[in-house]
Design a protein around this ligand. Sequence first.
Ligand code: PMV
Length: 325
Amino acid sequence: MKASARAHSNIALIKYWGKRNSELKLPHNGSISLTLDALYTDTEVHFSSDFEKDQLWLDGNLTSDKASSRVTQLLDRFRHAFHFSEHAQIKSQNSFPTAAGLASSASGFAALVASVNQALNLQLSPQELSLWARLGSGSASRSIFGGFVEWKRGENADGTDSFASPIATPDWDVAMVVLVLNPEEKAVSSSIGMQRTVDTSPLYAAWLEGIEQDLCHMRKAIQSQNFETVGQLMEHNALKMHATALAAQPAVLYWSPASVQTIHWVQHLREQGLPVYLTMDAGPNVKLLVKEKHLSELLKAIETQGQIQESIVCRPGPGVSSKSQ
Ligand code: PMV
């Protein structure tokens, strides 16, 4: 009844943006991501009839019932589906500072479902783990797998065909550098941001209209290891997502002044001949995609940028792993 798991975070190259069913976390559109080696969550789960309720420790601190409610709701689903009543103590540790504003829900929920699966010997397949992780947080469905991953939108109303799977490609010498910026802005959660966009943004229809083409081009560019196309499409798709959010009412603006400064700087680096591309999620931080051979030049350039507090160099990372204790 005790197990641990490690799952790595992922960053979307084609974004998941908008739910068609919030309860089941079913997306309006498919997405493609890269799993990262340096950002991960280690989770230990212990089920026992001695525990009166579920308890979650995050980076050593016991969280409030409100903060752990998404975890409890997912465990309720497990208890219902697999007919058991024990509660759990969960200890989760991120390899990166939670306060840095980096999304930890993807690695967090992927590690949680893998450790529950192991602790209770449920023998779920990777595909089933992806479905379960999706119920915690949409992007977590992709963190079950390593490397480049696609989460299909699916068609079924019950969500049984909305899960992720890896995109087969040989090892690739790319790096993603996560830039932690001086935020200056209060974050709007991804859930609230995407919901408001779906409900009020006149640009959301255009987002959905172009998404199948973006997915198809990205899939092909990854398979043929065409770095320029992957980078250009990744940046285009991220800016398009932010454009839909900016056109929501009230506007969802994730960028801080430091984000805008960084976007200009990346464009400048490219004009100077350094092939580097950016993406951004539901927050002010910027992530850069670069080939290994240009990484040291990029890291030198990063040192000149005062708005960058910290940079974390990541390479393609593995899928989830778990062990009994
Ligand atoms: O899984 P969530 O609810 O954290 O949503 C993630 C949304 C984005 O990070 C903006 C895009 C994505 O595909 O990861």
